[in-house]
Unconditional design. Structure first.
Length: 335
């Protein structure tokens, strides 16, 4: 996904196919329906098939979403190693062909051998493309879209809506979405939201900015294109909206290191795809102007689940961490 672009720069600095010839269902334990199938994706396009798709290739996060409802894809393409991808790190990927572990690079020949009948990738409104089909992806990788119909839920205004959309897709593919473990994850998520709202209510003046330092710039996230940040805003957290997002790539406002202190939040939400416990101090050594941001100097930094959440369970886990950070935050740091 193109929202990954600045993170690739940061990472550069810190840094069994289940029946290739089989025709069986790719679901864990839910048989697909025999009749006609259709689904309206985030692009608004209605995808139809004579029978319910069973041989699904999916982008990493979207695969995790489907797997949370018992739908197991035959192939996955990821933006990084599947061992470190935050969506996939705790999932059993045995029997799934890995088609790529670098953004923009997909092994279409391997994908074709899987004989897919559906490709699943998020729809990115700013780029008008599905994951794996965006501008900058290798042209030969884009040929994945020639193998089967492509659909996916939009990266829109809410991760809750995204999770609900993949629940609808999974149900259309034959999943039983009323299983006890699914209900338990939903309940855990609802409880996490309640706790987060209670925490933000006690700190009404607390301000936060979602940021990602990189070698050449400091990136400040634009909540308009980050559904998880929009959710946090709707639950009472004052996430700053940058004044001048990049017109050509509106996910971020790009600040020079000389202007790193343009915004002075009380708490920094650090892009979780590159966050480590020591990364704040490491960046102060690489770029001393990083500590011109008062929250950075105070160590008021916490990982933000940037652009990867797809499931109720993962959102519940990450939201609980953010709740503790809000509770511990000092609303006077940025003054």
């Amino acid at each position: 996904m193109r929202a990954w672009r600045p993170v690739l720069a940061v990472a550069a600095l810190s840094v069994v196919l289940a029946g290739c010839g089989s025709s069986g269902s790719s679901t864990d334990d839910t048989p697909a329906a025999d009749g006609p199938w259709e689904f309206t994706g985030g692009s608004g396009q209605v995808v139809k098939a004579d029978k319910t798709p069973t041989r699904i290739i999916a982008h990493a996060g979207e695969a995790a979403a489907l797997m949370s409802f018992g739908i197991k894809p035959v192939g996955i393409f990821a933006d990084e190693s599947v061992k470190t991808d935050l969506n996939l790190k705790n999932l059993d990927l045995s029997g799934i062909e890995i088609l790529g572990e670098e953004w923009g690079k997909i092994d279409v020949e391997k994908a074709a051998a899987l004989r897919p009948d559906l490709i699943v990738g998020d729809w990115w409104p700013a780029e008008k493309a599905h994951s794996g089909m965006e501008e900058g992806v290798d042209e030969k990788s884009k040929k994945l879209a020639e193998l089967a119909p492509v659909t996916g839920v939009t990266q829109g205004k809410s991760i809750v809506a995204l999770a609900e959309g993949y629940e609808d897709l999974a149900e259309s593919l034959g999943a039983d979405v009323n299983k006890p473990e699914i209900a338990a994850n939903k309940k855990r998520f609802e409880e996490a939201v309640t706790a987060f709202k209670a925490a933000t209510a006690t700190k009404p003046s607390l301000t936060v900015a979602a940021m990602a330092p990189a070698d050449d710039k400091v990136y400040v996230a634009n909540p308009e294109y980050a559904p998880e940040l929009l959710d946090l805003q709707s639950w009472g957290l004052k996430v700053m909206n940058p004044a001048s997002p990049d017109p050509g790539f509106p996910y971020w406002e790009n600040l020079s290191w000389e202007n790193a202190d343009k915004y002075q939040p009380d708490l920094i939400l650090w892009d979780g795809r590159t966050f480590t416990p020591t990364v704040n101090t490491e960046w102060s050594k690489k770029q001393p102007t990083w500590f011109k941001v008062k929250a950075a100097k105070a160590g008021a930094v916490v990982a933000w689940p940037a652009f990867w959440l797809h499931t109720y369970g993962d959102f519940a886990t990450e939201l609980t961490k953010l709740t503790e950070a809000v509770k511990a935050a000092d609303p006077n740091v940025g003054n």
